[in-house]
Design a binder for this molecule. Structure first.
Ligand SMILES: O=C(O)CCC(=O)C(=O)O
Length: 260
């Protein structure tokens, strides 16, 4: 019997042939203790302008329904954390030989992916009912990220190809999101390593994302602050303290095309 390859799939391989649905072990919703007072973390005095958090945007039962639906979906494994891209995939890695013009074109490119499924439609309807998006211009893009204890997402600003707001729903365990203020707008992607070149002012703010909450990023918070989920060994230990062995956050980040 051949051992399964441990090599991560490349983005290219994914879009040549969709991988079969990964057998997903049944995971249960796991309560997390908020590490510090929610009042001080969700509304720190220096909160980036345009950032808001709607607590309890979905109920615990709704979270369980969403998580069990997502579990049966096809997940990508080309990063350390599992992801699903609905609507399209972007922030593509340019070949080393690409010219500046080719790089700029690639950074704007979106490869069509399966549309946001009907089972997630009610979340969009609720965001419309909350006046986050107009009914005639709902988000068509959603990235699902699964974070288990050591996982992270590097600091970045959402691609300027998309408009605002960018909304991220937290399912399962809560976590901290770190924001870094920039001195100028910069949407260099993590994949191209350009996100690391963004000009930071040095101001950073940690914001607690409670389970079931919706993070809303508009204006400065969307364009002038990078957001990051810090992972690694120290964070892994903290997450186990907050949520035990079952700590797991799944986020759904919705994006809308510009022009709405
Ligand atoms: O996990 C989150 O809430 C944010 C995800 C994110 O920033 C992304 O997918 O680009």
């Amino acid at each position: 019997m051949t051992a399964p390859s441990l090599k991560r799939k490349t983005l290219h391989e994914y879009f040549q042939s969709q991988s079969p649905s990964q057998s997903a072990s049944k995971r249960t919703l796991h309560a997390t203790k908020c590490p510090i007072s929610t009042a001080t973390t969700t509304t720190p005095p220096n909160l980036p302008l345009g950032l808001s958090i709607i607590p309890d945007f979905v109920t615990t039962d709704e979270q369980a329904t969403l998580l069990s639906f997502l579990e049966a979906e096809t997940w990508r494994t080309d990063l350390s954390r599992r992801t699903i891209h609905y609507g399209g995939t972007y922030c593509l890695m340019p070949p080393k030989t690409a010219s500046a013009a080719e790089r700029a074109a690639i950074s704007k490119r979106i490869i069509t992916a399966q549309p946001i499924p009907n089972s997630l439609r009610w979340v969009i309807d609720r965001m419309i009912a909350t006046d986050l998006y107009p009914a005639g211009f709902p988000p068509r893009f959603c990235i699902v990220n699964e974070y288990c204890p050591p996982h992270s997402i590097s600091a970045h600003v959402e691609n300027f190809r998309f408009g605002e707001p960018v909304c991220s729903l937290t399912l399962g365990s809560g976590d901290l999101m770190r924001f870094h203020e920039l001195s100028a707008p910069h949407d260099g992607s993590v994949r191209s390593f350009r996100a690391m070149q963004a000009p930071r002012t040095g101001r950073k703010v940690d914001v607690w994302l409670p389970s079931g909450s919706l993070l809303v990023l508009k204006a400065e918070a969307r364009y002038m602050w990078q957001h990051e989920i810090v992972g690694g060994r120290k964070k892994e230990k903290e997450r186990r303290e907050w949520g035990g062995e079952g700590w797991r956050r799944v986020s759904l980040t919705f994006r809308v095309e510009k022009g709405g």
